[in-house]
Design a protein around this ligand. Structure first.
Ligand SMILES: [Zn+2]
Length: 404
């Protein structure tokens, strides 16, 4: 058993948890000042003011948390972390006025990342991913999702799933890794239709990855020119048959019913939602599907931010993630993205912290975590601060420190 005492603040999110992460007011942070927490390997035993810590815990050598804030573990619930190469040249071309088509014709776009990724061995991809994850953990992230989708062949996607599995093993006990299969990321040129690619590659690779126990969730890039609703339903039906939860890249370029599809198939999350309409918002609000916002992508591409307030006020469960990827959001720092986005998205403190913890955990299907309450798993982030607000107030500066 471990005990932390005298923590300047503990963010429990007890009330936010009771409200299922929806319609939150600042008081739903359920902050404890000068707090103590006791936990064993699998669960939190007790949390409350240090002054109320029962006698029996006093004899246990405790970490002195003076000058620290403890929060539920940060969760980055949407990344494309396993890739090779970078797209700095494309970024620069975009700043200089090149459009998407010009970039694609000039060895840019996802095809560039695909060729670089295919040219790397599994060992090289593993090593590059470890380097990225070490930095991400230094920000206090304790759970992260990573998607495949930079191979788009059966064997190539299997390789990416194997790299994710190796990472999972490597970080056991330190970092939870959720491996999402996204064979439906783009349609390679040799296929006449998206449907043809779905049946030739997307479904067989999903079956194989599942048979080898390598897939935690299935995602689809549901956008015009990529995968339509019929493709998406085919993929979701197959995933459900295999018992795999679904996720969806929804309504980023235009409102094409992605949010409604997510609700219909009880997806864990619908992500992006830059153009989601009122019907999509209503569908999400009356479902358990998390609305995951990726403001980093909007910043990086110079697009308008999503209508967060409309989603929050309608009663959606809202999460924020980095969308870390080499093309449209080359940022690995979830806290930085959230700090910059929060004032524009007009999110209150409870909504903001829930978006990076409780609701983000739900977006990955992670149970019994995201709030620091007895019985929940002991997954925390620890920051050198006297007040929770300091953590996002100091944007771009990591106040996180390793757990004692
Ligand atoms: Zn994405």
């Amino acid at each position: 058993m471990k005990v932390y005492r005298n923590l300047a603040q503990i963010l429990t999110l007890k009330s936010a948890h009771a409200k299922d992460g929806r319609r939150l007011i600042p008081a739903d942070l359920s902050l404890i000042e000068t707090g103590a927490i006791a936990f064993d390997e699998s669960k939190i035993l007790l949390v409350g003011p240090d002054a109320d810590l029962p006698e029996i815990y006093h004899s246990i050598p405790a970490f002195d948390g003076k000058g620290h804030v403890l929060t539920p573990g940060l969760v980055d619930s949407h990344t494309h972390l396993v890739f090779a190469g970078n797209r700095a040249r494309e970024y620069s071309a975009r700043l200089n006025g090149a459009d998407y088509q010009a970039i694609a014709q000039n060895d840019g776009g996802i095809l560039h990342t695909m060729s670089k990724t295919l040219a790397c061995s599994e060992d090289e991809l593993f090593t590059a991913s470890v380097k990225r994850l070490e930095r991400i953990m230094s920000y206090g992230v304790r759970a992260i999702e990573m998607k495949t989708g930079y191979a788009l062949t059966i064997e190539g996607e299997m390789r990416l799933l194997r790299v994710a599995a190796r990472l999972k093993n490597h970080y056991k006990g330190q970092l939870q890794i959720i491996s999402t299969y996204m064979g439906a990321h783009a349609v390679p040129a040799q296929y006449k239709t998206s449907a043809e690619f779905v049946s030739a590659v997307v479904l067989p690779a999903m079956e194989q990855g599942h048979a080898e126990g390598l897939i935690d969730a299935v995602d689809v890039f549901h956008e015009q020119g990529y995968f339509n609703s019929s493709d998406t339903e085919t993929i979701f039906k197959k995933a459900q048959l295999l018992g795999l939860p679904c996720k969806i890249h929804a309504d980023e370029f235009q409102d094409n019913g992605g949010a409604e599809l997510a609700a219909k198939y009880k997806a864990l999350s619908a992500d992006h939602l830059l153009k989601v309409g009122d019907a999509g918002i209503a569908a999400l609000a009356s479902s358990k599907t998390v609305a995951t916002l990726l403001p980093g992508t909007a910043f990086f591409l110079g697009k308008d931010l999503p209508r967060a307030r409309a989603m929050l006020d309608a009663g959606c469960k809202v999460a924020i993630a980095s969308d870390y990827n080499p093309g449209s959001s080359h940022v690995d720092n979830l806290l930085l993205v959230a700090s910059i986005a929060a004032p524009s998205l007009k999110m209150n403190q409870a909504e903001l912290w829930c978006a990076m913890t409780l609701n983000a955990a739900a977006a990955l299907g992670l149970k019994d975590q995201g709030a620091l309450i007895p019985g929940h798993r002991p997954i925390f982030s620890l920051f050198r601060a006297e007040d929770l607000a300091e953590i996002t107030y100091n944007w771009g500066v990591s106040l996180s420190r390793p757990l004692p």
